[in-house]
Design a protein around this ligand. Sequence first.
Ligand code: ZN
Length: 257
Amino acid sequence: MAFTRAPGKHRRPSRMQRGTARAAGVAALAGSGVVGSLAVPALAAEPAAAQTGLTPVVTLGDAVADRIDAQAAAQHEAAREAAEAAARKAAEQAARERAAEEAEQARAEQERAAREAERKRLNTFVSPIPGSYVSTGYKSGGAVWSSGSHTGVDFHAAGGTPVQSVGIGTVVEAGWGGAYGNQVVIKMNDGTYTQYGHLSSIAVSVGQQVAAGQQIGLSGATGNVTGAHLHFEARSGADYGSDLDPVAYLRAHGVNL
Ligand SMILES: [Zn+2]
């Protein structure tokens, strides 16, 4: 850009002229698209800014500044509240998920405990007469046995002592059993059979489900006996001759004898 000055007047251009010229140059750049949107007229009208070449410092009134500060503060506060609300919502959602998870765990634990209790109930065996003892052992010989040997054991019991099923099962016989007197036979859930003989009375009927420890009658001296006791047998099957060692049978099922 060439300055055109009056010939013979070699004085420097005034400050205002220099500033205006620089502003004009900037304006030219802006026009060429090199510089973005600049407040060229304002720049040109601010001699101080033009002189220093620094970014013009705009001094605003205190009221305007305060208003801007307040707006900024309000925006900041709103953003903070929004962030807090979002965090609260996320925490609530997490708490709900945690509670649902815990409820599911509790339900699973309850089911597991119920299954365990059921398993225990199905596998629990007890003595036919709690606190009693075997007075005549398995396979002991004697003229009194029709088979020539004792196919069960005798539990010591005075007449009228409660007799209970040793485990869970179904009553398959309940009535007179010849030499066994009044007897109850139970098909256990594991497929084995237990027999209770010489009863003075019977408290169950055929087809009835019984649990471990459930009373099925009272001991007595019915049938081929010399005195009151409970004759107890365990069998692997329904047939006579499939007898098991009753003490070993009960012990194998966890009964202390
Ligand atoms: Zn016996």
